[in-house]
Design a binder for this molecule. Structure first.
Ligand code: ZN
Ligand code: ZN
Length: 293
């Protein structure tokens, strides 16, 4: 079985889990970074599985202001306040799916005013250049990853798989072989820790390095939501992302974010935690920090 077929199987399983138990905790099929799943995603579409599971180009309202856009293997997010702010852009060729999801929810994609990128990986930055070209909007990212994004580099090496046989397999079969070049894009605003973007009562930037050096999570204080990015994941349960540039630093960042005031959390990979997210993240990762911190 080659990696592509294997990943298609994983993705179908994932989609099935997403469809069948959307709010339950699951453990750890994750794609911390990659480009290869994009190919599998296309295969899935061609096979008709996308219609069957029907989670592509769907938008789920998380709170008054926040929506999750499910793009199959990765999520993007939309904040509605004085226009629309898109967080992350999916893989390459995701623009139409994102716009379709927004339109299906009765909103106008032309109202997108900014794209904020949680980090440089191609499953989050793959379509940002195209979206910018179509809408002439500004792009925001942490300065550490903005340098790579502007060079068309979708990863910073070396990276290591998280502990566990499954992470090792996913990394070696599905992530490591991937070409991670992205279309370069200018990042107009370089973000730093504790910056606050003046939308929806204040969107706070939390610098959470580890998965990548310029990784950010975002806290929408008024609604008590942490937009975690790939800080960690919630695919088949709350767990580490598949890869980190620096695992110890990544765990420190999880604990840093876990001290913030939020009740809901959304992730680049997997389902949202709609209740008690702060407590769940602390319960999951504080014991792990004793092993790796
Ligand atoms: Zn990532
Ligand atoms: Zn990712």
């Amino acid at each position: 079985m080659n990696a592509e077929i294997m990943f298609t199987g994983f993705s179908i399983l994932w989609q099935h889990l997403d469809k069948s138990c959307p709010l339950q905790e699951r453990s750890s099929l994750k794609t911390g970074r990659s480009g290869h799943p994009q190919t599998s995603y296309r295969l899935t579409l061609e096979s008709g599985a996308a219609n069957k599971f029907s989670i592509f180009d769907q938008m789920q309202q998380i709170t008054n202001n926040i929506y999750q856009i499910s793009l199959g293997l990765v999520n993007a997010f939309l904040i509605e306040d004085n226009g629309l702010t898109l967080i992350d852009s999916g893989y390459r060729n995701s623009t139409d799916k994102i716009f379709s999801a927004i339109a299906k929810a009765g909103k106008n994609p032309q109202d997108i005013k900014h794209v904020i990128l949680t980090h440089c990986h191609p499953d989050h930055t793959g379509s940002v250049a195209e979206i910018k070209r179509r809408l002439n909007i500004s792009v925001l990212a942490h300065s550490e990853d903005a340098r790579l994004i502007e060079q068309g580099t979708g990863e910073r090496l070396p990276i290591q798989p998280s502990p566990g046989v499954f992470n090792w397999l996913v990394y070696n079969l599905l992530i490591k072989p991937v070409n991670t070049r992205i279309e370069p894009v200018i990042v107009e605003e370089k973000l730093k820790d504790n910056d606050v973007i003046p939308i929806a009562g204040g969107l706070q930037i939390i610098h959470t390095p580890g998965h990548s050096a310029g990784h950010i999570s975002l806290l929408l204080k008024n609604e008590g939501v942490l937009i975690a990015g790939d800080l960690c994941a919630n695919v088949i349960g709350l767990g580490l992302s598949t890869v980190y540039e620096d695992l110890n630093l990544g765990i420190k960042s999880i604990l840093k974010a876990a001290e913030l005031d939020f009740d809901k959390a959304v992730f680049g990979h997997g389902s949202p935690l709609l209740k008690f997210a702060k407590r769940k993240i602390n319960e999951k990762f504080r014991p792990i920090s004793a092993l790796y911190g």
